[in-house]
Design a protein around this ligand. Structure first.
Ligand SMILES: Cc1ncc(COP(=O)(O)O)c(C=O)c1O
Length: 355
């Protein structure tokens, strides 16, 4: 079976994790801070706050920005549900925004149009590692706080700098499906000293300088996870470069035959997910099932979040997100994948579509 994704765990990772286990300092040791500093330097941000997942990063970002009941937050309609769920968990209203047909991210115009008097923040996603149009979005939203959901986008670049540099707070995920993994894990990035202090307080039971100042949970990252992340970080460039090579092979193989995600000129994707939109007349689940029978695991591309049970009753109509969710599949792509496996995936999908 050619799997959809596979974390690249080598001897360095095993040694790093074993060293933490031997040290006995499994949490609140020195490695979390070292990992934070390394990621902050890589993305060019002043502060990095490591947390227990990408979802936790989004929840803490909204809380740090004091988003709550009565507020609305803009959110792309095509995604894993975490950003929209985080808005709900904060007690605020999700204002879904459709995505662009070609780039699969929400555009500056769509965000500007969806904004109203209650809008307190916008979540902007670099979907599947494809950079959003950062410069245009920044200009369109002015002073409105942006939470950049760069869960999938470590190693991707806007024309103006690394993904993870757009948000007042930018959020990363280190889930094993992502570019770099810590098992479960996430991070908030910011240049704002006060927000950084708040985020550190909120991830740690609401403690500030030894006092419990607000009621909050435990969203800390373990030193085991940070050790894994630090070891992975050594290979980030290699991992992203190989992902780009594989994506180029897929792109060449499909030509204009199938709709693919387009990256804005001047930007670079890390290809966290390689999606294809099936042509009319092909049922997504049947195609995935037939591919599985032939030894290739293809994933669901994503979700039209407003159509999920957690948003039952939503009347929103967001046709591009709905189309991509209904017809999109994700093809296997991970750095250790060999060229002959990429060719096998192409043959397999082509065979299923043409039979
Ligand atoms: C765009 C996006 N945001 C947030 C998350 C949540 O990350 P995590 O699984 O680390 O909670 C994901 C995970 O798939 C995601 O794709």
């Amino acid at each position: 079976m050619i799997h959809l994704a596979k974390p690249w765990i080598g001897e360095d990772e095993q040694r790093a994790v074993a060293a933490v286990l031997e040290s006995g300092q499994l949490v609140q040791g020195p490695l979390v801070e070292r990992f934070e500093q390394s990621v902050a330097a890589l993305v060019g941000r002043t502060h990095a706050i490591a947390v227990s997942s990408g979802t936790a990063a989004l929840q803490l970002a909204l809380r740090a920005l004091q988003v709550g009941p009565g507020d609305e937050v803009l959110c792309p309609a095509l995604s894993w549900p975490s950003p929209a769920h985080a808005i709900r968990v904060a007690g605020a209203k999700v204002r879904f925004v459709d995505v662009d047909q070609d780039e699969w991210n929400s555009t500056a115009e769509a965000l500007r149009e969806a904004r109203n008097g209650n809008t307190r923040a916008a979540i902007v996603i670099d979907q599947f590692g494809n950079p959003a149009r950062a410069e245009q979005i920044r200009e369109a939203l002015g002073a409105l706080p942006i939470i950049e959901d760069a869960a999938c986008a470590l190693g991707s670049r806007f024309a103006s700098g690394p993904c993870g540099s757009l948000g007042k707070i930018s959020c990363l995920s280190f889930h094993p499906r992502k570019i770099l993994t810590t098992g479960e894990g996430g991070m908030c990035l910011t240049d704002d000293d006060d927000l950084a202090e708040k985020l550190r307080m909120l991830r740690n039971h609401g403690q500030l300088r030894g006092e419990f100042v607000v009621a909050a949970g435990n969203f800390r990252m373990t030193d085991i996870a940070a050790a894994l992340g630090l070891a992975q970080l050594q290979r980030l460039d290699e991992m992203v470069a190989r992902r780009r090579e594989i994506a180029a092979l897929y792109r060449d193989a499909w030509g204009g035959e199938i709709d693919l995600q387009r990256t804005p000129d001047g930007s670079e994707s890390n290809y966290q997910t390689f999606g294809v939109v099936l042509p009319q007349g092909h049922d997504r689940d049947t195609v995935r099932e037939k591919m599985r029978e032939r030894g290739v695991e293809a994933g669901l591309l994503s979700f039209a979040i407003h159509k999920l049970g957690s948003f039952a009753g939503s009347e929103a109509s967001l046709p591009i997100a709905e189309h991509l969710a209904a017809r999109g599949i994700a093809l296997p792509l991970y750095p250790q994948m060999r060229n002959n496996e990429v060719e096998a995936v192409v043959r397999c999908l082509r065979g299923v579509l043409h039979e």
